[in-house]
Design a protein around this ligand. Structure first.
Ligand SMILES: [Zn+2]
Length: 349
């Protein structure tokens, strides 16, 4: 028993990333037994059963078990009763954590809502809300990304889609006639019906992208997106767009611009290009296409999802573990109504 306590004490000293590696090594999150997941949560969220999820007080006692065998706790400080998964995105869903783990595996496999719903034995509507609750909790992971070394950047565009805003909404007024599939926008060029998404990718394939505005890219939006993401020590490679020159000057980042027709530029014997960012655009587009017209209000979520599962630094199992640890460690309660009520173009200020 004392050895076990030593292991737990050592575990608590681990960094966030090391905890993921530890957990991955210990048990493959996918198909892991429910009891193991509950024990894992008690360790990580209630710190060996002592800390209150609500007030972080340390006067916590066990308070019997629920009918389904899940341990209940009571905090003597704030008098609240809770279970290991309280106050997380899984709260109130009445589904075992093993179903959530299975759901994350489906996300890692880029499964559609219908496929996921079937595999996890939940409704398509539930699958939809879970997807967005999970992606809310995962936003933080992508916000921590820092790209260094040679970083290629370029913007891409998606057609605006108001999908998910029409029905049952008292506030939303469709700003134009509905398109059938979002692909029949006739006007060419960068109209107000295109969402601008600046993207960047480093040599290891770690990517960051974010929808920022309608129409053409601007220096302001580039500064907004890439500040804190692209390291000041990076070498930024872009096409000849002026906005990147202003960004590089503003952030004091070394910039190498390549003529789109020439495709590469050689500086001091080193070859720079924008092929990596172009191939990132294609893979992101094909990921989004899988879902047959993603609503613009959820576009950022899908980009987060794509970037997370295509991160080449982590194995598939590590990715699923990372997602699991992240969604369970966040104190985040998102209601279905919050997701439906998001504004159609939330990034437009
Ligand atoms: Zn408490």
């Amino acid at each position: 028993m004392s050895e076990l306590k030593e292991v737990f004490a050592a575990y608590k000293k681990l960094s966030f990333t090391d905890r993921i590696v530890f957990y991955t090594t210990l048990s493959n999150t996918v198909n892991v037994h429910e009891d193991n997941l509950q024990d894992f949560l008690i360790e990580t969220r209630i710190a060996d059963g002592n800390t209150c999820i609500y007030c972080e007080g340390s006067h916590v006692v066990k308070n019997g078990k629920r009918k389904d065998g899940i341990q209940r706790f009571l905090c003597r400080d704030c008098k609240k009763s809770f279970i290991p998964s309280s106050c997380s995105v899984t709260s109130g869903t009445r589904k075992n954590l093993s179903v959530w783990a299975q759901y994350l595996k489906c996300m890692s496999d880029k499964k559609t809502l219908k496929e996921t719903a079937e595999e996890c034995s939940i409704s398509v509507t539930t699958a939809f809300y879970w997807r967005h609750k999970i992606l809310d909790a995962l936003q933080e992971v992508t916000d921590r990304v820092c790209l260094d070394g040679t970083v290629e950047a370029d913007e891409t565009f998606f057609n605006v889609s108001y999908k998910g805003n029409h029905k049952n909404s008292r506030q939303f007024i469709m700003p134009r006639k509905a398109h059938k599939r979002g692909n029949d926008i006739h006007s060419k060029g960068l109209s107000s019906e295109k969402v601008c998404v600046p993207c960047s990718v480093d040599v290891e394939g770690i990517a960051f992208a974010k929808p920022v505005k309608l129409g053409k890219v601007s220096t302001e939006c580039l500064i907004d997106v890439f500040s804190g993401i692209v390291s000041p020590s990076a070498v930024l490679c872009t096409d000849n767009e002026k906005a990147y020159r202003l960004l590089a000057r503003n952030k004091a980042i070394r910039l190498i611009q390549t003529d789109t027709n020439k495709r590469i530029t050689i500086v001091n014997g080193t070859t720079y290009g924008i092929q990596r960012i172009n191939s990132y655009h294609s893979s992101l587009k094909s990921f989004i296409d899988r879902f047959h017209g993603v609503s613009t209000k959820h576009l950022e979520h899908y980009i987060i999802w794509n970037n997370l599962i295509t991160n080449t630094k982590r194995s598939k199992t590590e990715n699923i573990s990372l997602m699991f640890v992240q969604i369970m460690s966040r104190r985040l309660t998102v209601h279905n109504n919050d997701i439906s009520a998001r504004p159609p173009l939330s990034f437009v200020t």
